[in-house]
Design a protein around this ligand. Structure first.
Ligand code: HEC
Length: 105
């Protein structure tokens, strides 16, 4: 009985170990959670990034320009009221995914 439990536990651990790298790989460029990350932007930039009031639109910006802008916000090289703090919460691959997401809106 104890041996069976041990086997079940190790089979479970093996399945878990295999599923983690798959999740990391599929997460790469076509990040399934991009729409979820973009939701964090829509509170200010509008549900599809078209801007709201004094907040600029972020749709249709060429990918490299979008990424550069976010990196400048992150490093503090671009003046900002809020985007410097927001950009610090993301990594380069998030900027790539967000650039693609909003470019096609
Ligand atoms: C709290 C409101 C708020 C949120 C949330 C927010 N932004 Fe912004 N965003 C702004 C404001 C305000 C500006 C103008 C720069 C500044 O004052 O910080 C801006 C500017 C930008 C710009 C530059 C646009 C231009 O033409 O100059 C980009 C790109 C951008 N935001 C992307 C994003 C992305 C991507 C997210 C989500 C990860 C996001 N923003 C979330 C308020 C917000």
């Amino acid at each position: 009985m104890r041996l069976i439990r041990l086997l079940q536990a190790s089979a479970c651990a093996a399945t878990f170990a295999i599923s983690i790298p798959q999740a990391v790989f599929s997460d790469d460029l076509e990040r399934p959670d991009t729409a979820g990350i973009a939701l964090a932007c829509s509170g200010c930039h509008g549900s599809s990034g078209r801007g709201m009031g004094s907040i600029p639109a972020i749709i249709g910006i060429p990918e490299s320009e979008f990424i550069r802008t976010m990196e400048e916000f992150q490093s503090g090289h671009r003046s900002a009221t809020v985007m410097d703090r927001i950009a610090r919460g993301y990594q380069h691959q998030d900027f790539v995914a967000l650039a693609r997401f909003f470019k096609s809106r």
